[in-house]
Design a protein around this ligand. Structure first.
Ligand code: ZN
Length: 509
């Protein structure tokens, strides 16, 4: 890391901000109530970067970014805006959401726009356009309005309090993992987190019964305090990693009553309430996932004007998904093909069924006669006769046959394996849409149902993802880019985690 590249903030500004932040309620630490702002955290301290709200979306002024990150902004003839940093260039076009970052296309949730005399860009500009060319790591935490510059350790902290009869349990999750220590200091427990700062985007708990603990509050940038109540007796703390989180459990028990002093001969009585274990053995409800790269071999699928082939795109994304999920979650991922060959549709689901996969994801890219059609769609199977008839009648762009290749949609008997998994398939499709939102351009109707044969014989929750339209020139460029494919992978990864957690909680059964 090059320390010189970090933005410099004046000491006076940091002190003023620190004083201002100290006056705020703890759960608003990362926000400013009057003027919305991102809090920029770097090794030099904190400073605000003002936000401009346009139609409920958060924008930042290019000139503010230029000042904070030593960028040069130029308005070119013909209206283009260039943002340069150390010989690397971002080209923006007013009214266009696509931007070029060192020659690579990225998409923004909204185009650059004027606010008064200033050009403003969506905050995602920081993570999608600036981060790839910047010397230091830029980590935009949009929900908590934090922008972390450089390799600072800023774990997300979530604190929960559960009353358990006469006892209580505090659960403190630090993600990514950060060691915590808990010590009693008079009428409080001091919780120190080994980090540079804390990301407290969720509210700290205030128990309704305050006899054991009264509140949890922020003491300084890396310390929380648990204010103890009048009935507090003792505590016991333990930490354990749970996936990428370090979970610290603080069990709190009430003091013994002294109304009836025990006879001297009696053994000491320690309250030992039955506490549910927070450290259940890691039996994941998701052990195997089948990923299906659509098409292959002589079946090339849809083709773009620039030469991109659906079969190559689906294999590239599928391999990335496999590497990421296996590497980070330890879930086995089966590919229905791992090279350029055609696998019959029924064989694809047979591979998933035979390997007892608990989730099936088929990747495709779409084609349309209309070059302007764009966006991703997540399909799950449909079995209702009327809906199926409607899907066929309304067919058109749902049948990705443009550019050759097999039809994806073939009618099948409706009493096949998928029927019993339809609710979970729809739930998983909704999770994917949620994760795509803001990262991947979506079709007008992002979640849809269709009688897709590759899904209907799958004996597990199953979805088919059409990532976008290769017949749209701008989409073709986007779909073949690393940035886009990695965004698909990250979205699917995040959706899989949520699906797994919902399964573990019995939520989608
Ligand atoms: Zn396809």
């Amino acid at each position: 890391m090059n320390a010189r590249s970090l933005p410099r903030f004046s000491g006076a500004a940091i002190l003023a901000l620190a004083a201002f932040i100290a006056a705020l309620p703890s759960n608003l630490l990362s926000q400013t109530p009057q003027t919305p702002a991102l809090t920029v955290l770097s090794k030099d301290g904190r400073r605000p970067l003002p936000l401009v709200i346009v139609s409920d979306q958060e924008f930042v002024a290019l000139e503010d970014l230029a000042a904070a990150f030593q960028l040069a902004v130029h308005e070119e003839a013909l209206g283009a805006l260039t943002v340069s940093y150390k010989g690397k260039t971002i080209v923006l076009t007013p009214d266009q959401t696509l931007a070029s970052v060192s020659g690579r296309l990225i998409s923004l949730p909204a185009p650059p726009t004027r606010s008064g005399r200033r050009w403003v860009v969506p905050v995602e500009f920081i993570s999608r356009a600036l981060a790839p060319i910047y010397d230091s790591r830029l980590d935009l935490r949009k929900p908590s309005r934090l922008l972390i510059v450089g390799d600072l350790r800023v774990p997300r902290i979530a604190v929960r309090y559960d009353p358990l009869g006469t006892a209580g349990r505090l659960t403190i999750d630090a993600t990514p993992r950060a060691a915590t220590s808990v010590a009693q200091d008079a009428q409080r427990l001091v919780v120190k987190v080994d980090a540079d700062a804390l990301d407290l985007s969720s509210a700290l708990p205030t128990p309704s019964d305050q006899s054991l603990i009264q509140s949890v509050r922020v003491v300084d940038t890396t310390t929380l305090a648990v204010e103890l109540g009048p009935r507090f007796g003792a505590f016991r703390a333990a930490s354990q990693p749970v996936d990428t989180t370090l979970r610290t459990i603080i069990d709190i028990t009430a003091a013994q009553t002294t109304e009836q002093p025990a006879p001297p001969a009696a053994p000491p009585v320690t309250p030992a309430p039955e506490l549910p274990s927070a450290f259940l053995p890691p039996t994941s409800p998701l052990r195997t996932i089948a990923i299906d790269p659509g098409h292959g071999g002589e079946d090339e699928g849809a083709k773009g004007g620039g030469g991109a082939k659906e079969k190559d795109l689906t294999l590239s994304v599928s391999r990335r998904v496999k590497a990421t999920i296996e590497g980070r979650l330890g879930i086995r991922v089966i590919l229905t093909r791992d090279d350029d060959r055609n696998v019959p549709i029924d064989d694809r689901t047979a591979i998933a069924n035979n390997n007892k996969a608990e989730l099936f994801i088929s990747f495709h890219a779409n084609g349309s006669m209309r070059p302007s059609t764009s966006g991703a769609t997540i399909f799950s199977a449909v079995f209702d006769g009327a809906a199926r008839a409607a899907a066929i009648a309304g067919g058109g762009e749902r049948v990705p046959t443009f550019g050759g290749g097999l039809r994806d949609i073939e009618l099948v008997r409706w009493d096949l394996a998928q029927t019993r998994h339809v609710d979970q398939s729809n739930a998983f499709a909704a999770l994917i849409e949620q994760q795509f939102n803001g990262r991947i351009p979506l079709a007008k109707r992002p979640s849809d149902v269709a009688p897709l044969r590759v899904l209907e014989s799958a004996n597990m929750p199953a979805v088919l993802i059409e990532m976008g339209y290769l017949t749209n020139p701008a989409q073709e460029k986007l779909l073949v880019s690393d940035v886009f494919q990695n965004a698909v992978v990250q979205s699917v990864y995040d959706a899989v985690i949520r699906f797994r957690d919902a399964l573990a909680a019995g939520g989608t059964r």
